[in-house]
Design a binder for this molecule. Structure first.
Ligand code: ADP
Ligand code: ADP
Length: 232
């Protein structure tokens, strides 16, 4: 079944006396192993949808299920636990901690674990898999943009998420470096993880299995297999 699914999802923001309907009753489903791009003009609701998918924002109405469970039934503690266990996040600006090495950054989401040895092993393995086996003890300042994003991707995978959410992950990278990141996402989807990215870049959207296009809080079209990215 779907990793996360939404039915008639509405999100309203009330500021001052005014209500903004950022999502106007949308349906969505994200399946294991697919790479979905969310596109649309500024203000169309992309960030709001990503926040709903990330359990960072609660819809005003409608049903959202995470692996079949209505997320509205989660307590705050449970929602936080589910977010940590099921969902990984990657951002345009990487958000690495500058005083920690690449490996320590990857270990951060598991710092409270009582098995530091295992965490170190996992971080080492993930950094090797993203091609940074020789950069583990480097600090963010000593890494290129693409390398920083690969550290961030390794960090997002440290708790074995089933859903990886990426907000403009290639926005600060040149085309070649962006390609390496897209290849990384493709590899991750092959392992069954669903990857959802918000992007302004048609190139990234063309790479996706599916494009969800938002305009003014509504899904206007879902394009499937726009471009065959080959091999998958
Ligand atoms: P996008 O990511 O596509 O630019 P957003 O999801 O950020 O769109 O915003 C969708 C609409 O909701 C916009 O009209 C925006 O101004 C409004 N909005 C988003 N977040 C808030 C908020 N926290 N408070 C009030 N309005 C918001
Ligand atoms: P993007 O262009 O990447 O979608 P936005 O500038 O639309 O980013 O939104 C960035 C953040 O600001 C989001 O988390 C969104 O919820 C919040 N936001 C957007 N519009 C408003 C608004 N009118 N009032 C308050 N917060 C907003």
């Amino acid at each position: 079944g779907a990793v996360i699914e939404g039915t008639d999802v509405v999100k309203e923001y009330v500021t001052g006396g005014e209500t903004v309907r950022a999502l106007k009753g949308i349906d969505f489903h994200i399946d294991p192993g697919e790479f979905v791009a969310i596109v649309g003009p500024s203000g169309s609701g992309k960030s709001t949808l990503l926040n709903v998918l990330g359990l960072l924002d609660v819809p005003t109405s409608g049903l959202v299920t995470l692996k079949g469970t209505d997320v509205a039934t989660f307590s705050d503690t449970e929602r936080t636990r589910q977010r940590k266990e099921v969902i990984g996040f990657v951002f345009q600006n990487f958000y690495l901690i500058s005083t920690l090495t690449a490996r320590e950054n990857v270990e951060v989401p598991r710092l409270l674990d009582r098995t530091p040895g295992k965490t170190r092993e996992r971080a080492t393995d993930l950094l090797e898999r993203v091609g940074l086996g020789d950069r583990m003890d480097h600090y963010p300042d000593e890494l290129s943009g693409g390398q920083k994003q690969r550290v961030a991707i390794a960090r997002s995978l440290v708790n074995d998420p089933e859903l990886l959410l990426a907000d403009e992950p290639t926005g600060n990278l040149d085309r070649d470096t962006g390609d390496q990141i897209l290849a990384e996402f493709e590899r991750i989807t092959r392992e069954g993880v669903a990857v959802v990215t918000v992007t302004h870049d048609d190139y990234v959207a063309a790479f996706a299995d599916r494009v969800v296009r938002l305009i003014d809080g509504e899904v206007v079209v879902e394009d499937t297999d726009i471009v065959d990215r080959g091999g998958g």
